[in-house]
Design a protein around this ligand. Structure first.
Ligand code: PMV
Length: 346
């Protein structure tokens, strides 16, 4: 089997957690299970060029971001390769050129680690499949998710769509701490093309890296209770995603977002990652929901940006509301319209 030289290309989307992953054990094992919507437009597109070389014990690769060499991204990727050599020993036989770009603006405060690691993992699996053509599709995707997890935990939820569960949970068949699995039940039609408009409140560097954040859950006074709560919320949202009960959906999702931030506010050291405009937006969403009864809600990741979630049939009115009332709280008036998607694509 001669695999000498060539290239693959994959795109992988970002994802937004509904039940949050916050806290981990050794080897990127999550302290609690999580579930996310896979996004559609916010993607990383990565080409992996490979060229066979002598296994001389020296591993090297070139990294291009938007066509230009990008040295400052290299250590993270180097560390990723080092973590996965034991699962992909063939990698040492190649020199790689990784050429990557995002469909969303760089330093928009949208983390590209999930989409980036997922796209790279899919490319690596394409190489593995070239070396081992009998591999099943299921193995391909499962191992891609497994590898992506070792790059960035939440990245394992970016391989598949539309809803992905990561972490052992008694009620999710096939769930695993090692990789993400597709949500096992049929999604209620209320969630068809579910919308996520990301309001860019603060595009600066993350105040707290997720590595530091996860670490703060060690010895956190509320950690154990929080991990139990995530299990409970995952059980609840499992039925909600099948029944289409948007009122219950909103309660779980908003509570999860605020709990994530509450964990950061009550750790030592403590952080407030929301900005005044984050709170302004949350209050506006609550007022709008009370007045109109339209099932729009928010979620947050570990930063100040707000994800506005709503059903497709309210798209027009919500976008009007965003333009009229929320854009003023966004940095340079910027926001990104996205929706639930299907996962990585060649
Ligand atoms: O994948 P990481 O280590 O960057 O952690 C992501 C954590 C949150 O985005 C805050 C929550 C989640 O489940 O995605």
């Amino acid at each position: 089997n001669v695999v000498e030289k060539g290239s693959f290309q994959w795109s992988a989307p970002s994802n937004i957690a509904l039940v949050k992953y916050w806290g981990k054990k050794e080897n990127q094992i999550p302290a609690n299970p999580s579930v996310s919507f896979t996004l559609n437009h916010c993607k990383t597109i990565t080409q992996l060029g490979f060229d066979k070389k002598q296994n001389d014990g020296v591993f090297s690769f070139d990294l291009l971001f938007e066509g230009q060499p990008k040295e400052d991204f290299k250590p993270k990727i180097q560390k990723f390769f080092e973590r996965i050599f034991e699962y992909c020993p063939y990698l040492k036989d190649f020199h790689f050129t990784i050429d990557t770009r995002n469909t969303f603006p760089h330093s928009s405060g949208i983390a590209s680690s999930a989409s980036g690691m997922a796209a790279l993992a899919m490319n690596i699996m394409s190489l593995e499949k070239a070396l081992n053509p009998t591999m099943t599709d299921e193995y391909f995707h499962q191992k891609a998710s497994f590898l992506a997890r070792l790059g960035s935990g939440s990245a394992c939820r970016s391989i598949k769509g539309q809803v992905v569960v990561w972490g052992n949970h008694a009620e999710i068949n096939g769930s695993s701490n090692l990789f993400g699995v597709e949500f096992p039940s049929v999604l209620h039609e209320n969630f068809k093309n579910y919308q996520d408009t990301v309001l860019l409140v603060d595009k600066g560097e993350k105040q707290v890296s997720s590595t530091v954040g996860h670490d703060l859950m060690h010895n956190h006074p509320f950690a154990e209770r929080r991990f139990e709560q995530a299990h409970t919320n995952l059980s609840k949202i499992k039925s909600v995603l099948a029944s289409g009960d948007l009122e219950a959906f909103i309660k779980i999702v908003e509570s999860e977002a605020l709990t994530l931030h509450a964990m950061m506010m009550t750790s030592m050291p403590y952080f407030i990652l929301m900005k005044p405009n984050t709170l302004e937006i949350i209050n506006k969403i609550w007022n709008f929901r009370n007045e109109t009864q339209i099932p729009v809600c928010f979620t947050l990741d570990a930063g100040a940006n707000v994800h506005v979630l709503y059903p497709e049939n309210s798209k027009e009115i919500i976008l009007q509301f965003i333009k009229n009332e929320l854009v003023g709280y966004c940095q340079n008036g910027q926001y990104i319209c996205d929706q639930i998607g299907v996962g990585a694509q060649a």
